[in-house]
Ligand binder design. Structure first.
Ligand SMILES: *[C@@H]1O[C@H](CO)[C@@H](O)[C@H](O)[C@H]1NC(C)=O
Length: 134
């Protein structure tokens, strides 16, 4: 009896895990990145404004963006919103802090050239069942 219950629980867990992967209502590409050139210069470099919006109904944490050419010399405002992971060409957004549905993370940077930020990785956390399409 007890063994059967445990087996059932394990089976349910495995099932929900495998479904969890396939049935995600969204992906990392539901992070919308917009970038605009700002007037004026900072430290002699052109300035850009980057906005990352989570358009997924679920929370996305541990967000990693591809950020070729970005390094710690780049002037960021506010500081620490985007940090290089090292030499893998990836950056962490907001120290991995979760970005909830509809929230935006905004930062400015000044550099000799425009850097392209592309979301490549995140941890998606759905606390509630997705509501039907709005
Ligand atoms: C950042 O990159 C620039 C240009 O590629 C380079 O001149 C600079 O030394 C780098 N800074 C660091 C801290 O890696």
């Amino acid at each position: 009896m007890e063994v059967k219950l445990v087996t059932t629980l394990v089976a349910c867990l495995l099932l929900s895990l495998s479904y969890g992967g396939d049935a995600q209502p969204c992906t990392v590409s539901d992070l919308a990145v917009t970038q605009t050139a700002m007037p004026g210069k900072v430290g002699g470099y052109p300035q850009f404004k980057v906005t990352v919006e989570n358009t997924c109904i679920c929370t996305q944490g541990d967000v990693r963006l591809e950020c070729m050419g970005f390094n710690s010399s780049v002037n960021i405002d506010p500081a620490g919103v985007i940090t290089s992971d090292g030499h893998n060409g990836l950056c962490s957004l907001n120290g991995g802090q979760p970005v909830h549905n509809g929230e935006t993370v905004t930062f400015n940077y000044a550099w000799s050239r425009k850097i392209s930020f592309k979301p490549v990785e995140s941890t998606i956390a759905c606390s509630a069942a997705p509501s039907p399409a709005q």
